[in-house]
Write a protein that binds this ligand. Structure first.
Ligand code: PHE
Ligand code: ZN
Length: 871
C-alpha cells in the first residue's frame, strides 16, 4: 500500500516567489548514463526573509558552492525533492553540480534519450530533473548554455537562442574527439522553456523575412534520411510566421528558429524558445507515408508551437492554474490559421467534433474541471481537452462579444502590457475590459465553472402580430467540485429561415430598422425572452450558428424541419449540425430515416461544389459520439444502428455514390493542398458507402482501392474498409502493407491502429498478438497510443460484453505506469465514462479501475486519475 498520499496544490495558495534567479549558466557534459550538469545561478531576494528552496529530483548532487565557496552538507538541507539554504544572503551566486542518467529516463521528462539522441522536455516540471532550480513559470531568467559531448556521436549540439561559441576540445581518455557549442538566449524565460538537443542529425534549411525586413534562419533537424519528410513542415512554418504578422501583428524575435523531430515524446510538440521539439508523428510527411489528415495536423501543430512564441513565451503563465492562458489562446490562434489556410466551415466542424468527443465527455464525467482549475495533484494530468479545446472556445466567444476590431485592440493591449511577464487569465480578461470598455465579470465564469451549459429554445410565431418570440433557457448541471452553478454569459448566434430557405431579417422589438440576417443574442440569465418583429412568415430557427458557444443547443424541431435546415441553412456549420442531430435521432430513437436519406441525396447532388464539406456532411455521428448522447449506453446496439443507417444510405444512393467515386478520382501528382485533400476525402467517404455491405464484392472494391492507391490517404481508406471484413483480401492487404513499411515505425503505427480499431470479434486477441510484434514498444508513447490508444477508442470492442477489452487496457496501463506514468494516466481516460454504461459493464470497468488505483507503487499521475474516476 501507499505510504504517502500525494498532496494537492491549490490556486488559492499561490505566493509570489521570494527569490528570483536572474541569470543561469548551464554547463552540460553529455554521457548517456552519467551526464554532468553544472548550473551557475545569480539569485536575488525579492521579498520576505524565508529560506531559499530550489526544486530538484532524480539526480545526484555532487557539490554546491555559495559565492565561490564550497559548501559542506551541513550548510544546506537536501531531500529527494529540494535543496534548501536556510539563511542565504540577499544577493548570491550559487554553483550546483549534479549527475543525471538520461538513459534510464523512461518517463521522458527532463533530459532523456530518444533513439540515441539527447533531448529535453521541461514543461511543466521537467527542468527540476536536470538541475536544482526555481522551477516555476513566474521565475524568468536569462540562460546561457554550454554543451560538451563526443564529436563523433553528437555532432549537432543545440539549445535556445543564438549560437555564441563552439569548437573542438581535447579528446577524452579513450582518444575520442570532443567538442562543445555555446548558446545564449537574450529573452528571460521560465525554466519550462529550456531545451537541449544533441545527436547525429540531418537538417533542412529555409529562411523568412519578417514584416520589418529582418532575416530569420529556419532550421529543421531530423534523423538522417528523414530530411525530405520535413519539407512540408518548413513550408507550414513560413506560412504561420506570415499569418501571425497579419492577424496579430506579431513578429519573430530571435535570428534563428529551430525545430527538432524526435521519435519518443509524450505529447505532440513543445514550444521551447527558439528550439521547438516535435514528436516526429506531427512533423514528418511525404505523400507515401502521411495522410491528408497528417498533413493538416502537421500544419496546425507547427503553427501552434510557433504561435506560442508570443502567447506562452514572450508572455508566459504565472502558475500552472493559468495554463489555458497560453494553451486555449494558442489553440484558438492555430484553429483560425488553419481555417484561413483551408476552409472555415470544415475547420469549424472538425474542431467541434474534437471538442465534443473529448471535452464534452470530460465535462460530463468524473474528471470535469474548469478552464482554470482550482487544484491538482499532478499538473501533467491537466493538459486536457478542457484547458486546450474549451479554452479556445472561450477565446472565440470573447471575440464574438467584442467584435473583430475590439478583439485586436484587446490583444494589442495584452501584448503591450504583459510582454516579458508571467500573466494570469485575469490579466487577459482585464485587457478586453480596458480596451473595449466592456464589463466581463459574468463572462469570467467560463473560466471558473466546469460543465457544459445546455441552452433550450422555444419559439412561438404570432401570425397576426407578425412577431416571433424566442425563449432561451440556460442550465448547467452540478459537477463534483461545484454543486451550485450560476448563469453564464453566452453568445447565441441565431438566424430565422423562411419556407423557401430565404433569410428573414432579425429585428428586435423596439428597433426601427430591419435587422441583420444573423445575429448574436447575449444570454446572461437563466431564462430570457427575445421578441422579433415584422416576421413575414412562420420561421424556422437556426440556433447556435457557427457553434457560437461550447454548449449543448436544444432546438425542438421535427425530423422534416431538421432536414430542411440540413439542406438550406445559410450557416454551413448548422447545415452539418442539423444533419448530425437528425442522424443521431434516427440511430438512438429509431425514428424514420426517410427525411435524412432524402437530404443526403441533396448533399450528394451538390457535393462537387465543395467536396471537403460534403465529405463532412456524409459522415453520420460516430459510435462514440452517439454514446455521449444517451444513457445507459448499449455498444452493440449503437454499432448495429449505425451500420443499418450507413447501409440504407448506400442502398438509396448507390448510383450517385459510384458516379462521385469516379468523378473525384485524381490523376496527376499528389498535392496535400486543401482542395485536393477534399476531393480525396469525398471519394473515400463514397468508398465507405460503396463497401457498406462488407461482402466479397465490397472487399474486392476496397482491395482494388488499396492496390491502386498512389498515396497514403487512399491506402489507409482501402485498409480501413478491409479491416471491417472477414475476407482473405483483408489479410493479404495487411501483410502487403506491413512488408512494405516494416522499417518505418510511424507508418506501422497506422497499420496497428487500423487493426486495433476493427469491429471484428477477434480484435482483442489480435491486439494482444500485436503487442508481441517487434515494432511494439511500451517505452515509446507513439507505439502505445497507436495500438492501445486506438483500441481504447474502438467503441464496440473495448466495451466487449465479456470484459476482455477492459482487461486488456487495464493490464497495459498497470504495466505502463512503471515506465511512463504520464502516458499511463492518459490511457486511463479510456474508462472515464464508465458510469454511463449498463450495470455489467460498469462493474467490469470499476474492477479494472480499482485494480489500477491499488497498484503497488502507483505514480501520483495515475493515482489522481483513477482515484477521481472512482470517487
Ligand atoms: N506546451 C505543449 C503544447 O504546445 C504541450 C506539452 C505539454 C508538451 C507538456 C509536452 C509536455 O501544447
Ligand atoms: Zn500549446
Amino acid at each position: 500500500m501507499r505510504t504517502e498520499e500525494p498532496r494537492a496544490i491549490h490556486l488559492a495558495d499561490y505566493r509570489a516567489p521570494e527569490f528570483r534567479i536572474t541569470t543561469v549558466h548551464l554547463d552540460f557534459s553529455l554521457e548517456p548514463e552519467a551526464t554532468h550538469v553544472t548550473a551557475k545561478l545569480q539569485i536575488e531576494r525579492l521579498s520576505g526573509s524565508g529560506p531559499l528552496t530550489l526544486m530538484g529530483e532524480n539526480q545526484k548532487l555532487l557539490g554546491v558552492a555559495l559565492d565561490g565557496r564550497a559548501l559542506s552538507p551541513g550548510d544546506y538541507h537536501l531531500d529527494d525533492k529540494s535543496l534548501t539554504l536556510t539563511d542565504p544572503p540577499s544577493k548570491l551566486t550559487l554553483e550546483i553540480s549534479s549527475q543525471i542518467n538520461p538513459a534510464a529516463n523512461t518517463e521522458l521528462e527532463g533530459l532523456f534519450l530518444s533513439n540515441g539522441m539527447f533531448c529535453t522536455q521541461c514543461e511543466p516540471e521537467g527542468f527540476r530533473r536536470i538541475t536544482y532550480f526555481l522551477d516555476r513559470p513566474d521565475n524568468l531568467s536569462v540562460f546561457t548554455v554550454r554543451i560538451e559531448a563526443s564529436k563523433e556521436q553528437y555532432p549537432v549540439l543545440l539549445s535556445n537562442g543564438n549560437r555564441v561559441g563552439g569548437g573542438d576540445l581535447p579528446p577524452d581518455e579513450n582518444g575520442n574527439g570532443r567538442h562543445y557549442v555555446a548558446w545564449h538566449d537574450p529573452f528571460p524565460k521560465p525554466s519550462y522553456l529550456f531545451a537541449l538537443v544533441a545527436g547525429d542529425l540531418g537538417s533542412i534549411h529555409g529562411d523568412f523575412t519578417t514584416m520589418r525586413g529582418r532575416p530569420i534562419a529556419l532550421d529543421i533537424y531530423v534523423e538522417h534520411g528523414n530530411e525530405p519528410r520535413a519539407r512540408y513542415a518548413l513550408d507550414a512554418l513560413k506560412r504561420a510566421m506570415a499569418w501571425d504578422e497579419r492577424a496579430y501583428g506579431r513578429e519573430y524575435d530571435l535570428d534563428i528558429f529551430m525545430i527538432v523531430a524526435v521519435s519518443a515524446f509524450n505529447m505532440g510538440a513543445m514550444e521551447n524558445k527558439g528550439l521547438n521539439i516535435f514528436n516526429d508523428k506531427v512533423l514528418l510527411a511525404t505523400p507515401e507515408t502521411a495522410t491528408d489528415d497528417d498533413y493538416a495536423r502537421i500544419e496546425s501543430v507547427v503553427a501552434h508551437e510557433y504561435f506560442h512564441n508570443w502567447t506562452g513565451n514572450r508572455i508566459t503563465c504565472r502558475d500552472w492554474f493559468q495554463l489555458s492562458l497560453k494553451e486555449g489562446l494558442t489553440v484558438f490562434r492555430d484553429q483560425n490559421f488553419s481555417g484561413d489556410e483551408r476552409s472555415h466551415a470544415v475547420q469549424r466542424i472538425q474542431d467541434v467534433r474534437a471538442l465534443r468527443a473529448r471535452q464534452f465527455v470530460e465535462d460530463a464525467g468524473p474528471l470535469a474541471h474548469p478552464v482554470q482549475p482550482q487544484s491538482y495533484i499532478e499538473i501533467n494530468n491537466f493538459y486536457t481537452a478542457t484547458i486546450y479545446e474549451k479554452g479556445a472556445q472561450v477565446i472565440g466567444m470573447l471575440k464574438t462579444l467584442v467584435g473583430d476590431e475590439g478583439y485586436r485592440k484587446g490583444t494589442d493591449l495584452y501584448f503591450d502590457r504583459h510582454d516579458g511577464h508571467a500573466a494570469t487569465v485575469e490579466d487577459w480578461v482585464k485587457c478586453f475590459e480596458d480596451a473595449c470598455g466592456r464589463d466581463l465579470s459574468q463572462f469570467r465564469l467560463w473560466y471558473r465553472q466546469a460543465g457544459t451549459p445546455v441552452i433550450e429554445a422555444r419559439g412561438t410565431y404570432d401570425a397576426d402580430a407578425r412577431t416571433y418570440t424566442l425563449e432561451l433557457t440556460q442550465s448547467l448541471a452540478p459537477t463534483a467540485d461545484q454543486p451550485e452553478k450560476k448563469p453564464m454569459h453566452i453568445p447565441v448566434r441565431i438566424g430565422l429561415m423562411g419556407k423557401d430557405g430565404s433569410a428573414l431579417p432579425l429585428t428586435l422589438d423596439g428597433e426601427n430598422r430591419a435587422g441583420p440576417d444573423s445575429r448574436v443574442l447575449e444570454v446572461t440569465q437563466k431564462f430570457q425572452r427575445f421578441v422579433f418583429v415584422d416576421v413575414a412568415q412562420e420561421p424556422l430557427l437556426s440556433l447556435g450558428r457557427d457553434f457560437s458557444a461550447p454548449a449543448i443547443f436544444r432546438n425542438p424541431l421535427s425530423l422534416h424541419q431538421r432536414a430542411v435546415l440540413m439542406g438550406k441553412d445559410s450557416d454551413a456549420f448548422n447545415r452539418w449540425e442539423a444533419g448530425q442531430t437528425l442522424a443521431a435521432e434516427i440511430m438512438l430513437d429509431g425514428t424514420s430515416h426517410t427525411d435524412y436519406i432524402a437530404a443526403i441525396g441533396e448533399v450528394l447532388a451538390r457535393a462537387e461544389e465543395d467536396p471537403a464539406f460534403a465529405a463532412q456532411m456524409l459522415m453520420p455521428p460516430t459510435e462514440s459520439e452517439l454514446a455521449a448522447k444517451k444513457t445507459p449506453v448499449d455498444p452493440p446496439r449503437i454499432n448495429g444502428a449505425r451500420l443499418a443507417l450507413v447501409r440504407a444510405i448506400a442502398l438509396a444512393h448507390q448510383d450517385r455514390l459510384a458516379w462521385l467515386y469516379e468523378q473525384m478520382r485524381d490523376a496527376g501528382d499528389y498535392s496535400p493542398d486543401a482542395r485536393s485533400a477534399g476531393r480525396r476525402a469525398l471519394r473515400n467517404a463514397c468508398l465507405r458507402y460503396l463497401t457498406a455491405a462488407d461482402d466479397e464484392a465490397a472487399a474486392g472494391l476496397a482491395d482494388a482501392h488499396y492496390r491502386t492507391a498512389t498515396n497514403m490517404t487512399d491506402m489507409i481508406a482501402g485498409l480501413a474498409a478491409l479491416t471491417r471484413m472477414e475476407s482473405p483480401l483483408r489479410d493479404s492487404a495487411f501483410t502487403h502493407f506491413h512488408d512494405r513499411f516494416r522499417s518505418d515505425p510511424l507508418v506501422l503505427d497506422k497499420w496497428m491502429s487500423l487493426q486495433a480499431g476493427s469491429p471484428l470479434p477477434e480484435t482483442v486477441t489480435a491486439v494482444r498478438g500485436l503487442m508481441k510484434h517487434p515494432a511494439f514498444d511500451l517505452k515509446n508513447p507513439n507505439r502505445v497510443r497507436a495500438l492501445i490508444g486506438a483500441f481504447g477508442a474502438n467503441h464496440l470492442r473495448f466495451h466487449n460484453g465479456d470484459g476482455s477489452g477492459y482487461r486488456l487496457v487495464g493490464e497495459v496501463i498497470r504495466a505502463l505506469d512503471g515506465v511512463n506514468p504520464q502516458v499511463a494516466a492518459r490511457m486511463a481516460g479510456a474508462f472515464e465514462s464508465w458510469r454511463r454504461y449498463d450495470q455489467d459493464r460498469q462493474a467490469q470497468m470499476r474492477a479494472e479501475l480499482v485494480a489500477i488505483r491499488d497498484l503497488p507503487g502507483i505514480s501520483p499521475n495515475l493515482f489522481e486519475v483513477a482515484g477521481k474516476m472512482l470517487n
